[in-house]
Ligand binder design. Sequence first.
Ligand code: GLA
Length: 341
Amino acid sequence: MRRLTKGLITTAILSAALMSSSANAFWGSKKDSELKLGYLVKQPEEAWFQTEWAFADKAGEKYHFKVLKMAAPDGEKTLNDIDTLAASGAKGFVICTPDPKLGPAIMAKAKSYGLKVVTVDDQFLTAKGKPMSNVPLIMMAASEIGYRQGQDLYKEMQKRKWDVKTTAVMAITADELDTARRRVDGSIKALKAEGFPASQIYRVPTKSNDIPGAFNAGNSMLVQHPNVKQWLIVGMNDNTVLGGVRATEGQGFNAQNVIGIGINGVGAINELSKSEPTGFYGSLLPSPDIHGFKSIEMLYKWVKDGIRPPNMTQVKDVVLITRSNFREELKKKGLGGLLKN
Ligand code: GLA
């Protein structure tokens, strides 16, 4: 009897142990599939950030985590988003901050909840305005891509055999944003290196990083230079250059006497799809797909396996898309879904 009881007890313990280990396996995998990571972007209306989100979702599908996509248009919303993330049990987030100077506040809040942070596109700054280079960042190679913008503008101008004497550069700046400053500086550097006269390069700051802001900046510059016959337009992204192009149109310019080349590519699709060409000649398409996928993949591996991402990952690939090749180029990158037809 005693032996029987002992046997029963042993069996019971064994099966309980077995059950609990299989339960662990079961709950464990369920828990994995429920890992939540945030993805906060400053301008959810931009095609760039929508593309990043779409590719972050692909990483989520691959590794079985949930991406909580949140808009972070200002400081208050950003800090609230972090509270919401913590409350929902997320383990970290990727962020393109609405203002680089929020860096210390964002990091302090994330730390208070034990959340890991990976930055994308725009680098955090300290209170003193120095880059917070110890927070992992993935961004485009800003100076190089800007340089390419200047070279391609010059090349297209030469192809059209414009008289340099009557041509000027409208450079719409956003110097408080480091990546914008580096792109525009790179572009101007290239134009000068190609031989474009520095005295015909006019810089004008935009008040907001969107089409209306750049439109106003462009207008205020155009009225000061009524004798210019052809314009080259430099700006940090598609919307900035689009705003500049719209301003030239208001003054009677068109596709024959304006060359604008944007940066982002995905923000240029509507413009390049128009039935007639405009002054917006093309756009440099970097890799929003890689930014979106890789940033959250790095965060996932950090949370899951303790592998801290490098402080800096620069994405250099870029291709010039114009009316004649944008469909193929977008398809080649797996971005064909953004095309309407
Ligand atoms: C900045 C710009 C965006 C986009 C990203 C790409 O955040 O505001 O439009 O160009 O950089 O890195």
